[in-house]
Design a protein around this ligand. Sequence first.
Ligand SMILES: Nc1ncnc2c1ncn2[C@@H]1O[C@H](COP(=O)(O)OP(=O)(O)OP(=O)(O)O)[C@@H](O)[C@H]1O
Ligand SMILES: [Mg+2]
Length: 229
Amino acid sequence: MNSNHIILKTKALNKHFQDGASVTHAVSDVNLSISEGEYLSLTGESGSGKSTLLAMLGLIEQPTSGAVFLAGVDTTPLSTQAKAAIRNKYLGFVFQSFHLVPTLSVYDNVALPLRYSSNIPVSDHEKATLHVLELLGIKDLALKCPDKLSGGQQQRVAIGRALVTSPKLILADEPTGNLDSKNSDIIKGLLNEIHQMGTTIIVVTHEPAFAALAQRQINMVNGQIQSAR
Ligand SMILES: Nc1ncnc2c1ncn2[C@@H]1O[C@H](COP(=O)(O)OP(=O)(O)OP(=O)(O)O)[C@@H](O)[C@H]1O
Ligand SMILES: [Mg+2]
């Protein structure tokens, strides 16, 4: 791992939402460089643009203008299909609201991204899925559907799904937002472990103590990066 290698970079990134005559500048002119292996936290008041920025970094949301470079590749001109391919190779995304598939078991939810990624050979899919279930302490829940789980358990499934393809980069939007302190500590510990293994992590959180666990902290105000340390 080369810590000077830039894995993710944005150039004058903007996202505006138009609603009739009014425009919301959700993200304004964000320039950010993230090195491979870095652990970065993103804080800011509700509505400051954290989720919108994270979704653009994860190639989920299309920028209004500006560019996102992933592993040196300018993703701006890529087709939706090409973006999905690059996302499945490099990225694991933990959504603020889980986004689990209600009709699939815990096992199948966690295993799902393996179908779309070539990182892990098919013969190792079961092993990779069981490894992640074990790591997250949800192996006993493998056959249950998400609606039978607590918030903390669902959050772990969502994290498992982001981890299963062994991505270089994990983007997590408030992964402890709905959890009690015990489950929250488990998730923080897991992210630390994943970081120790060399994964780059960007986490959005409202908790100052969580943000402080990261090597670099960025605070957003009105769609702009206000301070970085
Ligand atoms: N799809 C959308 N359509 C219109 N406006 C949107 C959309 N998504 C976000 N916004 C607006 O963009 C701004 C930033 O929203 P965003 O969800 O990025 O904030 P956030 O910092 O993640 O907030 P929270 O801490 O509550 O999750 C808000 O004013 C929001 O209302
Ligand atoms: Mg948000």
